[in-house]
Structure formats: structure tokens, C-alpha cells
Ligand binder design. Structure first.
Ligand code: NDP
Ligand code: 8X3
Length: 250
């Protein structure tokens, strides 16, 4: 029987690329995000290959998350794969200059949002005695960089949550995969720099960054691993990147 995956942040970047890779692999899709038009467009396109449905919610709103996931039609309720991908960086500045609203957006979205979605899905996975959760962390969760303390903290939290989930959920037949990408050219920097296109473009200048599809490939690899194998941790850098902010540019 075809598997069902719920992907958060499916409207853009890594989440969208993962949806496309999953559809090509015959995995049915619950596509989530805050931009309905993009969700509908993607669901319609991939609906030619697999069964699709969409859920509109902000991961930061626990009630909205629970209500949306509870509203799934019966044939989408047995979620096999959860991809906790929704998240962003907001701002990049020394800690003393950080904006409270940016800190809230990162901690509430990247950390608490991931927990809210997981809570709504894990209960069913435990009941069925199987499941696979993919948490999208970052190389920022492995190594803190200057001017990124809070984003890095949010991703270090994701790393800890992945470890904790593995400790608590392995006995219930649930696999946990933590994926830490390096620099991937998506809308990430545009969001981080609040729509400043030239500042966002500079992040990827002079080297070949990762593509969203590169990360989707590793997610697909993890979910297609044999039943007796758990891909626990994957770190993926661009070839020109030696550490989060050490990039060799031409
Ligand atoms: P994008 O900005 O392209 O995509 C972010 C996605 O997250 C969008 O689909 C957005 O959907 C969704 N999202 C953000 N905030 C919320 C929210 N509060 N509620 C619901 N959905 C939300 O960036 P990426 O694809 O690059 O980012 C995906 C993940 O990968 C993030 O967790 C990011 O931290 C991580 N990552 C990215 C790297 C990079 O270099 N790009 C490197 C390492 C990790 P919508 O706006 O429709 O809600
Ligand atoms: C995104 C990658 O290095 O800009 O998580 O933080 S980085």
C-alpha cells in the first residue's frame, strides 16, 4: 500500500522539492504551509501522480495545528512519514541588536512549531506501531556562527529533539532521521533578510550552493532505507563550504 507523508513548509524550497521527490516515488502527500495558493497549485500538479491534500496552518499556533491535523479526511489519517521542515531564520545580527519579534519567530516556529506538529502526529504512529519522522535541522545546529545565535540555538534544539525522539520512540517502531543541510539556495535568505534580494543573493555568490533537490534526495534515501535500517543523522554541505560560514568563493 502507498505510504502517506505529511510535509510542513511545502510551499517553497526544501519542502516543495521533497513533495516532488515523494510524488515521483509514489508517496501520497499532505502538503502544509501558510500560503494556500501555492499549496493548491502544488497539490493539483502532483495530484496527477499520487493522492494529495493540503492543510493551511501556522506551526506556531498549537490549536490551529491540532485542529488542522484532526480535520484530515479518513484516507489521509494514517501518516507514515512526517517531514518537519517548516522554519526560517529571521534577521542576522549580534545578540545585543537582535529583535524580540525575530527571536520569537525562530523559537516559536523552528522549535515549538516542530513539537506541536509532532505531537499531533506521533499518537497515531504509536497506535499503529510504525512511522518515520524526518527533522530538518541545519549545520547551524552543529556549529554556532557570529550574528546567528538565536537561529543556531533553534537548530541546536532541533538536534536535541531528534535525539530525544529517537530515545523515546524507537521502542514504538518509529524511526527518527535528523538532516542538517548547509547553504541551500531557496527563499531562506530572502526571508532572513526581509525581502532584501541583493543581500540574499550575496549569500550564494561565487560558489555553487546546494539545491533544494539535493536535500530532498537524502530525505527520500532515508525514507526508502530497508525496514531494519535507520538513517539517524545526515549533514550535507555544498562542496565549497567547510563550515557554516566558511565558504570558498571564486
Ligand atoms: P524557504 O523559505 O524556501 O521555505 C520555508 C518553508 O517553511 C516555507 O514553505 C514556509 O511556508 C514554511 N514556514 C515557515 N514558517 C512557517 C510557519 N510559522 N508556519 C508554517 N509554515 C512555515 O526555506 P528552506 O526551504 O530553505 O527551509 C526549509 C527548512 O530548512 C527550514 O527549517 C530551514 O531552517 C532549513 N534549512 C535551510 C537551509 C538553507 O540554507 N536554505 C539550510 C539548513 C536548514 P509558508 O511561508 O507558506 O508558511
Ligand atoms: C541554514 C544554513 O548556515 O545559513 O540553516 O545557517 S546557515
Amino acid at each position: 500500500m502507498s505510504r502517506i507523508a505529511l510535509i510542513t513548509g511545502a510551499t517553497s524550497g526544501i519542502g516543495k522539492a521533497t513533495a516532488i521527490a515523494f510524488a515521483n516515488a509514489g508517496i501520497n502527500l499532505i502538503l502544509c504551509g501558510r500560503r494556500q495558493e501555492r499549496l493548491t497549485e502544488l497539490a493539483d500538479a502532483l495530484g496527477k501522480q499520487v493522492k494529495t491534500t493540503t492543510l493551511l496552518f501556522d506551526v506556531r499556533d498549537s490549536a490551529e495545528v491540532a485542529k488542522a491535523i484532526a480535520s484530515l479526511p479518513a484516507d489521509f489519517q494514517s501518516i507514515d512519514i512526517l517531514v518537519n521542515n517548516a522554519g526560517n531564520a529571521h534577521g542576522m545580527s549580534p545578540i545585543q541588536d537582535g529583535a524580540l519579534s525575530d527571536w520569537d519567530a525562530m523559537m516559536d516556529g523552528n522549535v515549538k512549531g516542530l513539537l506541536y506538529v509532532s505531537k499531533a502526529v506521533i499518537a497515531g504512529m504509536i497506535e499503529r506501531g510504525k512511522g518515520h519522522i524526518i527533522n530538518i535541522s541545519s549545520v547551524a545546529g552543529k556549529q554556532t556562527y557570529a550574528n546567528g545565535a538565536v537561529y543556531c540555538a533553534s537548530k541546536k534544539a532541533v538536534e536535541a529533539i531528534s535525539e530525544g525522539m529517537r530515545l523515546d520512540l524507537t521502542q514504538h517502531g518509529i524511526k527518527i532521521t535528523n538532516i542538517a543541510p548547509g547553504a541551500v539556495e531557496t527563499e531562506f535568505s530572502l526571508v532572513r533578510f526581509k525581502g532584501d534580494e541583493s543581500r540574499a543573493a550575496k549569500v550564494y555568490e561565487g560558489f555553487e550552493p546546494l539545491r533544494a533537490e539535493d536535500i530532498a534526495d537524502s530525505i527520500l534515501y532515508a525514507v526508502n532505507a530497508p525496514a531494519h535500517v535507520t538513517i539517524a543523522d545526515v549533514t550535507i554541505y555544498a562542496a565549497a563550504q567547510a563550515a557554516p560560514t566558511t565558504v570558498y568563493r571564486k
